[in-house]
Design a protein around this ligand. Structure first.
Ligand SMILES: Cc1ncc(COP(=O)(O)O)c(C=O)c1O
Length: 401
């Protein structure tokens, strides 16, 4: 049972001591409200809060005004009715699983999703949830995996790390047959390019640690959907305590101010980098949804607007040693995990993001030991292209010597 929530969104109402308007006018930046608890001015205020007549605050695990401000911003970005923000992207995914799956229910996951889902799937299996794994390249055959007890289909498009593209509307049409919900992790695409709810998804998830925050300085997760979903997910967050701290929420709010500018620049840079890589000797299988001859290009062009995001994957040389040499020789592009930040970041998924998986699972969906994942940042594009060229030259020089 979900606890009572105020009927009107709280921003439409004034708390007697509304921290967003303490001076009678509004500060340009949402104040960081670092309070764990809130003093009741009298018992009538407590009653009004409890009955949902005013949107006062009680305890940080329940709600926080700095967090609430970013929830509204992300809801607007995803054209959602509301949004729940939490501590990390994986916390967001786990909250969704815990809220909507039941013992005896069936969850379909694509191999091509962030590696930590594998660990979470083991926990879900211990709780009695049946889990099936499907290759995103085979999404058209998804029907075969859907069962009467399928409760949720969880996907990323473009996927991490190979950028496979899944048609969200087509998946929703298949899911509808058994009343399963479709959840889309939109971290790779970002809401600047793709709005999964408009494509038919029931919920959209973000690792806000990535492009929404954008500066490698905060961790957060977000789940956007209907008001009903907000209430259900709020219940889970309040119960398990995955509420984001106010300072991170404030950093996230700051990141969101430049998010569209960064997203536009990253996509433009990424397109130039991908076109360049295709022409480079020593680089193969460049996987970027914006390339016309990429498998998922047509579906991506239908689903994504204003470009194709900043993420891509490609193979370097013939083996992992070649990939390691290339990554080590880069000077502008930084060797680090994570993605979506102002700096371009590169990593070898086999050695980093896929460590969560047992070795035999790592190759099942096409990732190779020499596959690298590149998150293109906002640097001048010429610097990125020069960096790639000089790194390739030094790899070739070393392999000749
Ligand atoms: C696509 C995607 N979803 C979710 C996550 C998990 O996010 P977090 O690290 O904020 O928990 C990641 C992390 O890299 C990711 O790449």
């Amino acid at each position: 049972m979900t606890p009572k929530r105020p009927a009107r969104p709280h921003y439409a109402r004034r708390h007697p001591a509304d921290p967003l308007t303490p001076y009678g006018n509004r500060p340009m930046v949402t104040p960081i409200v670092n309070a764990v608890n809130y003093e009741y001015l009298d018992f009538e205020v407590l009653r009004q809060i409890t009955d949902g007549e005013i949107d006062g605050y009680t305890y940080h695990r329940d709600d926080n005004p700095t967090v609430r401000a970013v929830e509204k911003l992300i809801a607007a970005l995803e054209s959602a009715e509301d949004c729940v923000v939490c501590t990390t992207g994986m916390a967001a995914c786990t909250m969704v699983y815990l809220t909507y799956l039941r013992a005896g229910g069936h969850l379909i996951l694509f191999h091509d999703i962030y590696g930590a889902h594998y660990k979470v799937s083991l926990i879900l299996e211990r709780l009695g949830v049946e889990v099936s794994w499907v290759d995103a390249a085979d999404w058209k055959g998804l029907e075969r995996h859907i069962k009467p007890n399928t409760q949720m289909i969880f996907l990323e498009t473009p996927s991490n790390p190979l950028c496979k593209v899944i048609d969200v509307a087509a998946v929703k049409a298949m899911a509808r047959r058994v009343g399963a919900m479709v959840v889309v992790d939109n971290t790779f695409a970002t809401p600047y390019h793709q709005k999964p709810l408009a494509l038919g998804a029931d919920l959209v998830i973000h690792s806000a640690t990535k492009a929404l925050g954008g500066h490698n300085d905060l961790m957060a997760g977000a789940i956007a959907g209907s008001k009903k979903d907000y209430d259900e997910l709020w219940f889970t967050r309040q119960a398990i305590g995955t509420t984001l701290d106010a300072y991170s929420a404030s950093l996230l709010e700051r990141g969101l101010k430049t998010f569209p500018l960064r997203a536009e620049r990253m996509a433009a840079n990424a397109m130039a980098v991908a076109r360049h890589l295709v022409r480079c000797r020593g680089i193969s299988d460049v996987r970027y949804p914006g390339l016309r001859d990429f498998d998922g290009h047509r579906a991506a062009a239908r689903q994504m607007k204003h470009g194709f995001g900043g993420m891509m994957a490609f193979e370097v040389g013939n083996d992992q040693e070649d990939a390691k040499r290339f990554v080590s020789a880069l000077r502008v592009i930084r060797h680090a995990v994570s993605l979506g930040s102002t700096e371009s970041l590169i990593c070898i998924p086999f050695l980093t993001t896929m460590l969560y998986m047992p070795p035999e699972r790592r190759t099942t969906f096409g990732v190779k030991p020499n596959t690298v994942r590149l998150s293109v940042g906002v640097e001048p594009v010429a610097h990125l292209l020069e960096d790639i060229d000089q790194a390739l030259r030094s790899v070739k020089k070393r392999s000749r010597s």
